[in-house]
Design a protein around this ligand. Structure first.
Ligand code: SF4
Ligand code: SF4
Length: 97
């Protein structure tokens, strides 16, 4: 069943897995954690954060291929996957030299 809404619970885990994401390379502290992740798992450049961090804008790139409900479902499943596998995913990140 499709979960047709997407709610970010601000767990901050995706902002701790930015290693290898080219548009965020300049923000990587070197351990895969974004240098803009602030207290409370909030983004300290929220209003000017890159496009790749914006759910609404990223939908425009795939809207010809999937409905908004399907996209929201994909986002929700991605977040669940990150929460369930964060330790393994973090372990797969290569430290920046
Ligand atoms: S992993 Fe998902 S729920 Fe957690 S902060 Fe990122 S977008 Fe929000
Ligand atoms: S810029 Fe903000 S939203 Fe994007 S990864 Fe960094 S802390 Fe997260």
């Amino acid at each position: 069943m499709i979960q047709d809404d997407f709610v970010c619970d601000k767990c901050g885990l995706c902002c701790r897995l930015i290693g290898g994401i080219a548009p965020l390379a300049a923000f990587d502290r070197g351990d895969g954690v974004c240098s803009h992740l602030a207290d409370g798992n909030l983004c300290d450049i929220y209003d000017t954060r890159p496009e790749v961090c914006r759910v609404e804008q990223m939908f425009r790139h795939v809207s010809a291929r999937m409905s908004r409900a399907e996209y929201n479902d994909l986002m929700s499943r991605s977040c669940r996957f990150i929460k369930e596998h964060f330790t393994e995913l973090k372990g797969q990140l290569k430290p920046r030299l």
